[in-house]
Design a protein around this ligand. Structure first.
Ligand SMILES: [Zn+2]
Ligand SMILES: [Zn+2]
Length: 315
């Protein structure tokens, strides 16, 4: 049995308890989700009726592959003073039943171009303090097939979690005279937590990952916003995401990923954080914020590099 270990984040006051033996506990199998077919899918082209379209990758013709629409069930809308904001859904393909890791590199670059267009437009809306681009990919372990999509939400508030990251970032910069993400690349190069890299991008399983199989995608160039990525850098993201998300698909793990940008700060280092779906949080996590992770990052990196097979698909 492997011993547990407490680790602290590189620069934030976050603690994670790694308990590898927990993944050997008896597990209960989740109930398979309802199968979603093309007939009842909201994101198949034939179901679009009067949607507000904000972006199409073919201009506004009939040959789009990536499209952005205003979320019909949005919690935040521009006409509501009590819950002001905007929420859009980026439908990543017109084909039902595909995953983003099945797309070509060029197609993933087109998805990134949609992220950039919507991010840039929403951050320029009046009264917007933060814009988050994210994807929830669920139901891998069950039988559900969801039409693959991402979301972009513009918020009228700066979320405390984002502010806490900004404060920790600034403090690290003052103390070390280097951005923490540039420093993480330096510190982790040649370490066992490296998942993949090329001249543009560094992908690692972070030392104190707060979710099993967590991964960070950090551009090697110190850039503040996703809109500053070059074509070649977007291709590097696409290649790495095909490998990493393809592995999660293979082992049956659902995930979220989110693009971290800073819209109201002079300096930041944009990146994408991947958070495979963690165990349902229990009393310790809810009461203290201290998270238990049953998969060591070194082990996760070996699995992503294809050197080890995943021992369990449920956690
Ligand atoms: Zn569909
Ligand atoms: Zn940096």
């Amino acid at each position: 049995m492997t011993k547990s270990e407490i680790r602290k984040d590189y620069f934030k006051d976050e603690y994670i308890i790694f308990a590898p033996s927990r993944s050997e506990r008896p597990q209960t199998i989740e109930n398979p989700a309802v199968v979603e077919t093309t007939e009842n899918c909201h994101f198949c082209p034939h179901s679009f009726h009067g949607e507000t379209i904000t972006y199409q990758d073919d201009g506004y013709g009939d040959d789009w592959e990536v499209i952005s629409i205003v979320n019909k069930f949005a919690a935040l809308t521009p006409d509501n003073d009590s819950a002001y904001g905007q929420a859009e859904v980026i439908v990543e393909t017109r084909k039902h039943g595909m995953d983003i890791n099945d797309f070509s590199v060029d197609h993933i670059v087109r998805v990134f171009n949609a992220y950039i267009d919507r991010f840039t437009n929403l951050k320029n809306m009046d009264g917007i303090k933060h814009v988050i681009v994210f994807k929830n990919e669920g139901g891998k372990a069950g039988a559900s097939i969801a039409h693959t999509h991402s979301q972009v939400i513009a918020l009228p508030i700066l979320p405390p979690k984002v502010e806490a990251e900004a404060m920790a970032y600034n403090k690290y910069y003052l103390e070390h005279a280097i951005c923490p993400y540039c420093d993480i690349i330096k510190l982790e190069t040649d370490k066992p937590r490296v998942i993949w890299e090329d001249e543009n991008l560094f992908v690692l399983a972070p030392y104190a990952s707060n979710s099993p199989y967590g991964a960070w995608f950090i551009p090697k160039r110190h850039i503040r916003l996703i809109s500053e990525l070059t074509r070649s850098e977007k291709e590097s993201f696409a290649i790495a995401m095909k490998i990493v998300l393809g592995k999660l698909d293979e082992i049956g793990v659902s995930y979220n990923y989110f693009v971290e940008n800073a819209i109201n700060r002079e300096d930041y280092h944009m990146h994408i954080k991947l958070a495979p779906r963690p165990n349902v949080w229990a009393g310790l996590e809810l009461g203290t914020g201290v998270i238990i992770n049953s998969i060591l990052p070194e082990h996760a990196a070996e699995i992503y590099r294809g050197e080890t097979k995943a021992k369990t698909i449920r956690f």
